[in-house]
Design a protein around this ligand. Sequence first.
Ligand SMILES: Nc1ncnc2c1ncn2[C@@H]1O[C@H](COP(=O)(O)OP(=O)(O)OP(=O)(O)O)[C@@H](O)[C@H]1O
Ligand SMILES: [Mg+2]
Length: 193
Amino acid sequence: MIFTYEEGATPFNEDDADKLIPNHIRTQHQLNEWEQANILVAERYLFSRKRRNILTIEFINRIHKKMFDQTWKWAGSFRKHQTNIGVKPYEITSCLKMLCDDAQFWVDNQTYEAEEIAVRFHHRLVAIHPYPNGNGRLSRLMGDTILYSLKNKRLSWGRISLVQASETRQEYIRCLREADQGNYADLLRFAVS
Ligand SMILES: Nc1ncnc2c1ncn2[C@@H]1O[C@H](COP(=O)(O)OP(=O)(O)OP(=O)(O)O)[C@@H](O)[C@H]1O
Ligand SMILES: [Mg+2]
């Protein structure tokens, strides 16, 4: 299996790349399709009814596991290696705990509109980058899960799949970089577009 990487994708560590569950996959295209089918199972679970205690490390792990459990042996387990973006492996748990607590505070105090809570949570989660891969897709889905729990519609995230290279993906990455500087306006506009 040879992996190809779009701009902003996290390259695999060799250890992690070895842990692919299906053994018939040869191309990135096949892998993307397989992962997408796996992710649909998680989406069906998430949006069939309101889930409780979503702003917890246990819940985030459970969702990553559900999204990738037919694909990767490390589904639902934090990474052990440094990635191009993301905190040091031993800082993942404490950073996630702070994020969950902050987000619970935003929800309880209506600090921001629901969409902005979802977008800020997504941006902070993908910046922590807890897993070897799938952090972008997990973070977008978690943003949508927060909105669903607040009785809002899911975000459209540019309306097309962000997995393949496209102008939309480039714009998404540009907005994330702006958000890295603390400017959330463009990412918010992108997420609802
Ligand atoms: N410069 C950046 N600043 C902040 N976040 C970034 C940056 N570059 C990439 N990202 C985020 O990292 C994600 C890629 O991480 P990873 O490969 O773990 O997730 P993924 O779900 O496999 O990716 P994707 O959904 O993009 O195919 C991107 O989707 C994006 O959300
Ligand atoms: Mg990736």
